[in-house]
Design a protein around this ligand. Structure first.
Ligand code: ADP
Ligand code: ZN
Ligand code: ZN
Length: 763
């Protein structure tokens, strides 16, 4: 039976989501797989061109005599590419996007200008012999050759540009001397190196020079180099267990649940060293905001030039070069945010995701992939292991562990000693009742005063995560919620309260329906106001503020943190940005203002986000010698997310939150998929959403899936584009995938959806 392959040629062009069919020659049958990279005759002159095999089929799409054959499978360097293409195809099917969108996410495409070569002219003769030659050239009046040899005797490797430039040596002369074995012209691919690594390398060389008088490198793999301590028993246990599995099995998944400072990073380093010892490579995902100089430095000290990093400030060419270095074996460890997951290593041994609960691991652009899920798929495809780490694991990760699909390790104590901070909760309703209308509670003010007196530092964290205009009562704490979805309603300009899941609406209340108080409304304070209030209350204190406004510059964020680290201010006021990254030994007090603000985001994950934020923020206190204290200000002190965060009790939070998710069928108890619709034409959008909802409801009914909406998105209009969404829920993700596939076809064949941008999102 003759077989055919659907092949995509060019992923650098989004328009070319077009496949071409080729015959599979007999010698490749049974070998060729979807995802393989092949060479095919293409275009004018049948130039051999690289393509990606998407599908193998027995049906020819055009007459056989018109169809060309695949020339070869590119196996050597494209091994990694083939696996990544297979990963892209999975992403397309799972998340719902076009093949080109998926491939472009996974394989950054080559840009012509991106290959830089450095050429050097190198002396090949011992000095004595070269000197003799030099005399000889001089005696023969061969001035050019003599000039070059003279220069090479002084500097045995000269840049090509210098030789042909200021030395004025022509190519024929160079060639002749090369043939005589006097010199050789060498060319080397130069990779653009991220600036951080350049400065690390320089510092390291300077340090080594000072120490020994000669420039010295790092030991290649850095074995036995630790941060100056041995792993404790808990840490060593994890490393040993993973090592044993590694010798026996391919894919395996682990979750390290360890409080902040419990030594997770130290464990990651040991696991990476294990990979290198086996001749395998490692990817470490870190949220961009934690990719600080200090963090990178730790890894650089251990692994030297075997690592590279990715971050958002790299140019596309720099980014491409880092991937090329990985592909060619120039590096073994890639550290970076979400997109580092697609590093094309030849033998990937381990993927580690630090702070796996972070929302930045989810892509907001199509395909809306989640790095955790995608990393798991990649690890499965490549027989690698996946290690997740967090002080506050995502419900998804912990649920996998609970169900035995992921091995759980726990790190209970801070590795460098020190105790967890003492946490107290302040009920802001009581403050109001007792006449304090300030945004600072009396107890927090008092504790700030104490810190200033003792010369210690404090952080004030305003929880404004995902703030979306909910309405609450300042007297009793009551929050206006959707009666159908159990998420908070958002206040719209037309004074109506709207649910962003199901579309339920009601007029905004003038009085609290619970207690009748008129103090009901939205929460408006920002960091700037808080800074002013604190300045007013503590005029003698030095205050720094960190939010989107003060960190606009290139390094604004790092600069503020550095200044605070040097104790140039006593109080740091900021949004969730200040929760991450640095350890400040001088900080002994963390105040959390409006702790429940993020509870009321109209999102089923609101409690989880709140718990994570509060726990992480609390973890900032008392990282040094002196014990830390945390004050949580809230209108909802009995809420389980706040109670468990104050107790630093993940398990009790997990249990409560899972029972809510089970009851409502939200992930990870069930699967959920969003269908997003967007258009500049509001009427058409309404109409299309109506039609689509009707079709989806029919499909869902037959499969016992629930449909919610359509409703306006949390932000109903961006840049004059109107946005709506509907949600599907079912216990089994395969049912949702099946529905998605049918909906995709329905959209494609119905011209009525042409003007509407429709995209899918899992959970
Ligand atoms: P995490 O990643 O869990 O926040 P780290 O690995 O950064 O924790 O460790 C926190 C601090 O404890 C670091 O300063 C680190 O050098 C130190 N540390 C880690 N493991 C040990 C150990 N076994 N003994 C002593 N100090 C340790
Ligand atoms: Zn009330
Ligand atoms: Zn609702």
């Amino acid at each position: 039976m003759e077989l055919f392959a659907d092949i995509i040629i060019d992923i650098s062009h989004s328009k070319l989501d077009q496949t071409f069919q080729y015959r599979i020659p007999e010698r490749l049958q049974g070998i060729l797989e979807p995802g393989n990279v092949v060479e095919i005759p293409f275009g004018r002159g049948d130039r051999l061109t690289k393509g990606y095999v998407l599908r193998i089929t027995e049906y020819a799409s055009c007459p056989l005599d018109k169809m060309k054959s695949i020339e070869t499978v590119v196996t050597d360097l494209a091994g990694a590419d083939s696996k990544l293409t297979a990963l892209a195809l999975w992403m397309r099917d799972y998340y719902g996007c076009t093949t080109v969108q998926a491939l472009r996410t996974v394989l950054p495409f080559r840009q012509k200008a991106s290959v830089k070569k450095k050429r050097t002219v190198v002396l090949r003769l011992p000095a004595g012999e070269a000197q003799q030659r030099l005399e000889w050239f001089r005696s023969r009046h061969q001035a050019a050759r003599a000039r070059l040899l003279e220069a090479l005797l002084e500097e045995p490797a000269l840049p090509y540009e210098v030789v042909t430039g200021s030395l004025k040596i022509t190519a024929p002369v160079l060639r002749a001397m090369e043939e005589q074995g006097i010199l050789s012209c060498e060319s080397q691919h130069v990779y653009r190196t991220p600036a951080v690594l350049c400065s690390l390398r320089e510092e390291e060389e300077n340090r080594a020079e000072q120490l020994s008088g000669t420039p010295g490198g790092l030991e290649p793999e850095g074995f036995g180099r630790t941060d100056g301590f041995v792993l404790n028993e808990e840490q060593q246990f994890i490393v040993d267990e993973v090592r044993q599995d590694w010798q026996r099995i391919g894919f395996a998944q682990y979750l390290i649940h360890g409080v902040t400072g419990s030594g997770k990073t130290a464990v990651y380093m040991e696991l990476i060293a294990l990979a290198l010892a086996r001749g395998e490579q490692a990817i470490l995902l870190i949220p961009e905001i934690s990719l600080t100089y200090q963090n990178v430095l730790r890894f650089y000290h251990r692994f030297g030039d075997r690592i590279s990093i990715l971050h958002s400030r790299l140019s596309p060419a720099e980014r491409y070069d880092q991937f090329e270095r990985a592909r060619s074996g120039d590096i073994d460890v890639m550290i970076g945010p979400r997109s580092a997951l697609f590093t094309p290593f030849q033998k990937l041994g381990i993927i580690i995701i630090d702070e796996e609960h972070e929302t930045s691991y989810k892509s907001e652009a199509v395909p809306r992939y989640h790095a955790r899920e995608t990393a798991k798929k990649r690890a499965m495809l490549e027989g690698a292991r996946l290690v997740l780490g967090s002080a506050t694991p995502s419900l998804e990760a912990y649920y996998e562990a609970e169900n035995g699909r992921c091995r759980l390790f726990t790190l209970q104590k801070r590795a460098a000693g020190g105790t967890l901070p003492r946490v107290c909760t302040v009920d802001m309703r009581t403050e109001l009742r007792e006449g304090n209308r300030s945004i600072l509670s009396r107890s927090l003010s008092e504790k700030i005063g104490e810190r200033l007196e003792r010369g210690e530092q404090a952080m004030l964290f305003l929880n404004r995560r995902g703030y979306s205009g909910f309405v609450s009562c300042r007297s009793c704490g009551h929050v206006m919620k959707c009666p159908h979805c159990d998420v908070s309603l958002s206040l719209h300009r037309n004074r109506r309260l709207v649910c962003h899941y199901c579309g339920y609406e009601e007029p905004a209340a003038e009085k609290c329906p619970e207690c009748g108080s008129p103090f009901i409304g939205g929460f408006r304070a920002g960091t700037q106001q808080i800074e002013e209030i604190v300045r007013h209350a503590f005029p003698e204190a030095g205050i720094l503020r960190m939010d989107a406004d003060t960190t606009k510059g290139k390094d604004g964020h790092a600069e503020i943190l550095r200044a605070f680290g040097r104790h140039e201010a006593d109080i740091l006021v900021g949004t969730q940005m200040i929760v991450k990254g640095h350890d400040f030994p001088g900080v002994t007090l963390v105040g959390i203002l409006a702790a429940d603000l993020s509870l009321n985001v109209s999102d089923y994950q609101a409690s989880e986000r709140t718990f994570q934020l509060l726990t992480q923020a609390a973890g900032r206190a008392g990282r040094g010698e002196r014990p830390g204290e945390v004050v949580i200000q809230t209108y909802d002190p009995e809420h389980y997310a706040i109670v468990s965060a104050a107790d630093q009790d993940y398990l009790s939070f997990y249990a409560r939150e899972m029972s809510y998710r089970r009851l409502a069928g939200y992930p990870p108890a069930g699967d959920m998929m969003a269908i997003h619709l967007a258009s500049e034409n509001q009427d058409q959008l309404e109409l299309a959403a109506g039609y689509l909802a009707k079709f989806v409801r029919q499909l869902a009914q037959r499969r016992n899936a629930a449909v919610i909406g359509p409703a306006d998105e949390a932000v109903a209009r961006i840049n004059d584009v109107y946005r709506k969404a509907m949600y599907l829920k079912h216990a089994d993700f395969r049912v949702l995938t099946a529905i998605k596939n049918i909906v995709e076809q329905y959209i494609e064949i119905n011209s009525g959806f042409k003007e509407i941008l429709i995209s899918f999102e899992r959970r």
